[in-house]
Design a protein around this ligand. Sequence first.
Ligand code: ZN
Length: 469
Amino acid sequence: MLIRQATVNGTVADVRVGEVVEAIAAKLVPLPGEQVLEAEGGELLPGLHDHHMHLYASAAAHSSLDCHVGAVEPELGRQHLARRIAAYPGLGWIRGINYHEQQLGELDRWMLDDLCSHRPLRIQHRSGKVWVCNTLALSELGFDRGGNEDGVEIDAQGRLTGRVVRNDPLMAQRLQQIGESTDPDIGFLSRELARFGIVGVTDTSASNTLASADNFNRLHQQGVLLQRVEVMGADDLDVGYLKILLDEDRLPPLDRLVQRINRARNKGRNVAFHCVTHVELVFALAALDEAEPPTRGFDRVEHGAMVNDDMAQRLAQLAVPVITQPGFLYAKGDQYLQDLSAAEQDDLYRYRGLLDCGVSVVASSDGPYGPINPWQVVSSAVNRATSSGALVTPWEQVVPEEALAGYLTSSAELTMRRSFQELKAITVGKAADLCLLKGKWSDLRHNPEKVTVRATVIGGSVVFDSASG
Ligand SMILES: [Zn+2]
């Protein structure tokens, strides 16, 4: 394939790609039958890698209707929800998630019928404990034929309320019987990621096992999952990081944690700590002090939501990168400003201050918990604005190139601090995993959230082309 007239390495050039970049020159003549992509001066970057996300949870969130309507009057909330349901694409089932009764009160089938009576609709409570079905959904799932199934709630008059309480397996079984898939649509999510220029993802779910890794590989080979996937996860994985979830309220005995780390080291694995509080990070650092050091590579801290200077200096000494999520400042920042003391805010999702202490900081999404759009993440790192426009510790702002750097770095090289020029270089012989922007980076960098991708290429194949919709 020939990418014609792209801005690459600071000049406008033609780039020929197979599985790797084959040639870069001011002018290349298309070969007979060769696919040509007109870049029209757009910046050609290496494809982006999101170093922290959860693919299955993101896919589930992505192919579901978000029923969170925010802090509004119930009637207004009902209208919001009705509009979202009316706009939901397709014709069949609608799956809603993230509902909380504080918003519209307890849901039942009649309330759902008011919102939608012409398509089967099921909505899951935010806690995951309850599904509520409308009348059509109850009938399609066969609940109206009786059977007194566990958790299928009935009111005093013996009528189905539409609520199925704590019985997910029954819901899944009935949905399968009627051919309604309960698997999240990984393909849909993957195409969305491709639209943003993402060519690789690290799935950081602590529950990942060998089977999950095999599953991702199979989906990739089948072409369902377009991105290259790296996996971290549970103790019984043989490769990738051991993901250690630290929870301040339930910290394990330190010696047990150290043993766990050492067992992972014996398999050649390093560790990634989930740390969102000071205490969790102090504990992680204490465990690393006691454990055997990595024989190669480095450990990681995920989130690093609370880091003070002393901790930052220790992280720098240990060469442990912080995989941060600036997107949370946008999505949850207003809540943080309300809930946290001024001193806590000073340590919240730091960026500039950590870089200044010598820590490698890598921006990522933590999708679906943070926004998956990398350009929004970069923008949040740059302006540190909440969704209402308030600023969180603006002295922690970074320039767009610093925020984008992690997305352009392979996971083995996260502790190497390279210049942006070096990171964005396209060179002959490198894998043809590419992200072609609409426009030049030097123009786009002023509004990173407005970046649009012209095309995304993985291993020489176009996986997203804005021209073909
Ligand atoms: Zn996560």
